[in-house]
Ligand binder design. Sequence first.
Ligand SMILES: Cc1cc2nc3c(=O)[nH]c(=O)nc-3n(C[C@H](O)[C@H](O)[C@H](O)COP(=O)(O)O)c2cc1C
Length: 271
Amino acid sequence: MVMSQILKIVRERQSSRVPFDPERSVAKQDLSQVLEAARWAPTAHNMQNFEIIVVDRKELLEKIGNIKSPISEAFIRENYQQLSFSKREFLQKKVGILATMFPPEWRDPTKVDEVVRESKSWLLSETIEGSPLVLVMIYDVRKRAPASDGDFLGIISLGCVMENMWLVTQVLGISFSVMSVFAADLVENELKQLLNIPEHMKIAFSIRLGYPVSTSAKYLRVRRDLGAFVHDNRFGNKWSTSPHMPSSSSRRAASHSKKNNSVDRSRIASF
Ligand SMILES: Cc1cc2nc3c(=O)[nH]c(=O)nc-3n(C[C@H](O)[C@H](O)[C@H](O)COP(=O)(O)O)c2cc1C
C-alpha cells in the first residue's frame, strides 16, 4: 500500500455519531479483522493488558441501553470551556468540538449553570444509538507496565489498540464511535454485573460499530497545523512546513548507523 493511501485512511478515519441500523450486523469476517488489528497493537512492554468483550446479543444490548448514565457537573463545565460555538470559532481554534454536536440546550455558553441545575441522567441507549455491535475494552488494574506510575504507559497502550481497530474499520467501511461513558463509575458497576466482568478488571472505554441508518452525516473536522505543535530541536523553535532539511549532526548520525548495519541489533532493547 502506498504512503498516500495510508495517510488517506489516517486522515479520513473519523467518529461516527449518528444512529446505526440495528438490523445490519457487522460480518464475522470483518469483526475478525478488527480484532486481529487489536491483537497486533503495540503495548508497553508488550504487556497486552487488554481484553475485549464483544456484545452483539440483542437482549444484552437492550439491557445495556437501559442503564442510566448521570452527567457530572465537571463534565458539563469542562465541556463548555472546550466547545466552539460557531464554525468560525472552530476553524480559528482548530481544536475541540463544535457545540452543535450536543443537544440544543447545551449550545448556549451563557446557560451553563442552568444546564448543570437541570441535568438529568441519560439512558445508554441514546449513546449506543441502535448499534448491533459493541466492544467493551477492559484491562487488569493489578498489572502495570514496569515502573509506570499510575500505569500511564499501560493506559496509553489501550489507545494504541483503539487506533489500530479504528483504522481497520475505516478500510472496511464500518462506522466507529468511542463511548467513554461506559467507564463512568455508576455505569461501569452495572456493566460489570451484566457482563460478568471480574472485580480486578476495569472498563477503559467501549466502541460501537455498525452502519449508519441514513448516509453518514459529514461534519467539520479540524486539526492544528504542524507548525503549531511540532518544535524543531528545541521547544519554541517553530517547525517549518517546507520539506525538512536534516541538521549536519543528524546527517552524521544517519551515516554512522548505515556503517553499523551489519551489527545484529535484534537483541538490543532500549528502555
Ligand atoms: C480516548 C478517546 C475517548 C473518546 N470518547 C468519546 C466519547 O465518549 N464520545 C464521543 O462522541 N467521542 C469520543 N471520542 C472521539 C473524539 O471526540 C474524536 O476522536 C475527536 O473529536 C476528533 O474527531 P474525529 O474522530 O472525527 O477525527 C473519543 C476519542 C478518544 C481518542
